[in-house]
Design a protein around this ligand. Structure first.
Ligand code: ATP
Ligand code: MG
Length: 342
């Protein structure tokens, strides 16, 4: 377990981490998300005592890192994968770590196996590719068989097979009851493996929630409907929790709060012909961008278009809204939708 209380880190007048209050629980994979410079790595460095908090505190498995008698057996961390002696082999790198921490030699062989490094274990680590270096870093993090595993951008540089391997590894570590804390700035990547999400922006906590809740808060899935009689369909579907948007004069409506199945049944019941009935899954990437839009410090200069069907999103400007926006007034302009084709 990782417990941060009002955790704050300043570098000069730059506040990298700003009063962070979070608990990372065991038995689940927690994704740590935020745009570049949000303070993820700084937070992780403070967990393992590589940086001292300016104020506040953070403990891991109930104690400050420095207080643990055998820290490698408490928390394994991957921070800078390439912090290895380039002339040493993977095996000797791990063996040296094990020796200085009272970890038996057989555990070195075990983690080499887990990380899939068997074939290159005797090769100089300096000659390793990015992905191999990443695997070695993960092997080192697992060396002490720690209760808490913390990985900073672990899939960086991994090929698809490596990404899949990491996903399975994280899930199995969590199912063994361990605390698994893994950072990324890619929502799509984290959503596949994490059950819980901690989102930060400019050092501040933006969300501490489950993937499921985030989808719901983002407005849930949208159903795209095209019909001969949008006015009547609106009346038929109207009800609590139902939001319908669509352009005046258009046959298309975007509906949230009712499933495609229910819409189809109601339309049939009232004899309203439908031309299209498509469920659009909410885009987590878009939800993440909406959540962090104001907190993005480093904007690109090109203008991007989201995967959603309508609305524009500029990569170079920040909008004044944070949460997701969904139009509610009937018959008005189509609102920005969060949906993307499934
Ligand atoms: N040693 C340092 N000295 C000065 N500023 C620092 C230092 N380390 C981090 N920062 C600043 O603190 C902020 C947070 O950085 P951090 O590396 O924690 O972000 P991050 O969320 O890990 O970003 P990324 O996704 O790019 O890895 C940044 O603005 C960064 O420039
Ligand atoms: Mg970082």
């Amino acid at each position: 377990m990782i417990d941060a209380r009002q955790l704050t880190k300043r570098y000069g007048d730059k506040t990298a981490v700003d009063g962070l209050d979070v608990v990372v629980k065991p038995g689940t994979v927690t994704g740590f998300l935020g745009p570049n410079g949000a303070g993820k790595s700084t937070t992780m460095r403070m967990v393992v005592g590589l940086d001292a908090p300016t104020s506040g505190s953070v403990t891991v498995n109930g104690s400050r890192y420095a207080r643990h008698r055998a820290p490698l057996q408490e928390v394994g961390a991957l921070l800078e994968a390439k912090s290895i002696h380039p002339g040493r082999s993977a095996y000797h790198h791990l063996r040296a770590l094990a020796l200085t921490h009272g970890i038996p030699r057989r555990r070195v062989d075990e983690v080499i196996d887990i990380a899939g490094l068997g074939a290159v274990a005797k090769k100089r680590a300096g000659a390793f590719s990015l992905g191999m270096g990443q695997r070695l870093g993960i092997a080192a993090a697992l060396l002490g068989d720690p209760q808490t595993v913390m990985l900073d951008e672990p899939v960086n540089g991994l090929d698809p097979e490596g990404v899949l391997w990491i996903r399975n590894l994280l899930t199995s570590l969590a199912s063994e009851g361990r605390t698994v804390f893994v950072s990324s700035h890619l929502m799509s990547e984290v959503a596949l493996v994490a059950d819980h999400l901690i989102v930060v922006g400019r050092g501040r906590l933006l969300a501490d929630t489950t993937v499921e809740n985030l989808v719901r808060e983002a407005g849930g899935d949208t159903v795209q409907v095209a019909t001969e009689d949008p006015g009547r369909l609106r009346d038929v579907l109207a009800g609590p929790g139902v939001e319908i948007t669509g352009r005046i004069g258009s046959e298309e409506l975007q509906v949230t709060g009712v499933s495609a199945r229910e819409i189809g049944l109601k339309a049939a019941e009232h004899g309203i012909p439908l031309f299209e009935l498509t469920t659009r899954k909410v885009s987590l990437e878009q939800a993440f961008m909406d959540l962090t839009r104001e907190a993005v410090e480093y904007h690109g200069t090109t203008t991007g278009t989201p995967t959603g069907t309508s609305g524009t999103w500029s990569g170079s400007t920040s909008s004044t809204t944070t949460g997701p926006t969904t139009g509610t007034a009937a018959g008005t302009e189509a609102a920005e939708t969060l949906g993307s084709p499934a």
